[in-house]
Design a protein around this ligand. Structure first.
Ligand code: ZN
Length: 73
């Protein structure tokens, strides 16, 4: 499994609203801005901040942006 969050073999899903606009501020089917991990089902507003479950195969997947920012110092 690749550790690059944007690689072709990592799977994420853009969360779309399932409720009317008066429920959550988004129309039905409109992206809420959240990203969901297809492997463990957790979600977050930022792909690098998804609180993956401990046994998630994509647990250590991060974008290059994240690595540049946090690992290159
Ligand atoms: Zn996950």
């Amino acid at each position: 499994m690749s550790e690059d969050a944007l690689a072709a073999d990592t799977e994420y899903q853009i969360i779309r609203s399932e409720t009317p606009v008066w429920e959550d501020g988004f129309k039905i089917g409109e992206p809420t801005g959240e990203i969901c991990c297809c492997s463990c089902g957790r979600s977050a507003m930022n792909i690098d901040e998804i609180p993956h479950q401990q046994d998630c195969s994509q647990r250590w997947a991060r974008t290059d942006y994240w690595r540049d920012r946090f690992l290159s110092e």
